[in-house]
Design a protein around this ligand. Structure first.
Ligand code: GLA
Length: 375
């Protein structure tokens, strides 16, 4: 195994996690999302090793593995696949561009918490290799190949939001991303006197990846049924709620609910963005609550622990909004909390949560940072 104490890196890369204010499960439906990069990161130290293999060491897992660049195949170990997938897709785009290297990885991003440690890992490796071997990949190439790695090597058919936020994030800004065209607007993340607080439920249900892919398929079947009558709609987010409602008695109830959620959430994201621009934080916060309602009852990707955390905030006049964040089935809630009450909020909810589920809640007061970069 690499001797960490003697490891001399040529390049260091910082790759952040992401938050998402609103627009959940919308990216793969071609709509709008509002994410940002955060200040929790994965750090990569890389150096060339003049061979045809790579050694990748995780300080967190305290183990390493060897990659044969002539034989880039899927592994049985999940975290290896994020890296193998990225190397495979870079090699496909620029054959022979990657030579042997060693890499030490250290993360302060909690895993399985809905803050996309996966995209941070993928984009960090891609950026690191790109810099180390001067491959000349563009940001968009890094974003897309990282997503492709997750599809093909990890098996989650994710959208593009996480990789986009991790690469294009800008300090103190939110990204309003059109996931169909990849056009985006940056808006200052101005929530004062409120703070963006994440509460980590500490649960990570194993359903996350399989149910994620099921939701994608459900959205596709809703769209296909709608296209039979309205062939011009290319994405579910383009279908107005009024049109979706025509299919109430045509589609199976579950599929109908998924479609209704998607069209409503996309509209809500644009509305929320307008509230934010108008500095109307109260109505912005209300959109977060509505988003959670939809995720809980129509899209069904929440879980009892997340619902509990959101519910605790409902009667607190110093919380403007709260909802589950990310893919769901565990992970974090995102909350807008008055800065004077943050400590009290965390203490109170933690006590209630521990009493109910015997799980210690952890929290993150978010600072929005730049995307993946060489330091
Ligand atoms: C995960 C996926 C994203 C997105 C979110 C839900 O984080 O990686 O592409 O679909 O879930 O909004």
């Amino acid at each position: 195994m690499l001797d960490i104490n003697r490891f001399k890196s040529e390049i260091i890369i910082e790759s952040p996690g992401r938050i998402n204010l609103i627009g959940e499960h919308i990216d793969y439906n071609g709509g709008h999302v509002l994410p940002a990069a955060m200040d929790k990161k994965i750090i990569f130290s890389l150096r060339k090793n003049n061979s045809n293999t790579c050694e990748i060491l995780s300080r967190n897992y305290k183990n390493s593995f060897i990659v044969d660049l002539n034989n880039l195949l899927r592994s049985d170990v999940e975290w290896h696949n994020y890296i193998l997938g990225v190397l495979f897709h870079i090699n496909k785009l620029r054959p022979g561009s990657i030579k042997g290297f060693d890499c030490v990885i250290e993360s302060n991003l909690p895993l399985g918490s809905g803050i996309s440690s996966s995209a941070a890992l993928e984009c960090g490796v891609a950026k690191g290799v790109n810099e180390l071997f001067d491959i000349g990949l563009s940001d968009i190439e890094i974003i897309k190949l990282s997503r492709d790695a997750e599809h093909t090597f990890v098996g989650t058919k994710c959208g593009i939001m996480d990789q986009f936020a991790v690469v294009k994030g800008k300090k103190d800004h939110l990204i309003l991303l059109n996931c169909e065209t990849l056009d985006y607007d940056l808006i200052e993340a101005e929530f004062s006197p409120y703070k963006v607080v994440l509460l980590n439920s500490g649960v990570s249900h194993s359903l996350a990846s399989s149910e994620y892919n099921i939701r994608r398929n459900e959205c596709n079947s809703a769209l296909e049924a709608i296209q039979e009558k309205y062939p011009n709609f290319q994405f579910l987010t383009e279908v107005p709620a009024k049109v979706v409602k025509e299919f109430k008695n045509v589609l199976p109830e579950k599929i109908y609910n998924r479609a209704l959620y998607v069209t409503q959430e996309n509209k809500r994201t644009l509305k929320a963005f307008a509230f934010l621009k108008a500095k109307d934080l109260k109505n912005f916060g209300e959109c977060l609550y509505q988003s959670h309602q939809g995720l809980q009852h129509l899209y069904e990707v929440s879980c009892k622990e997340l619902d509990f955390l959101v519910k605790q905030t409902k009667d607190l006049d110093y919380v403007l909004g709260s909802r589950m964040m990310g893919g769901g089935f565990g992970g974090c809630t995102i909350n807008l909390v008055h800065e004077d009450k943050v400590e009290k909020f965390i203490d109170n909810v933690s006590a209630l949560y521990e009493e109910k589920y015997s799980i210690k809640l952890s929290s993150i007061i978010t600072t929005i940072s730049d995307g993946v970069r060489k330091v």
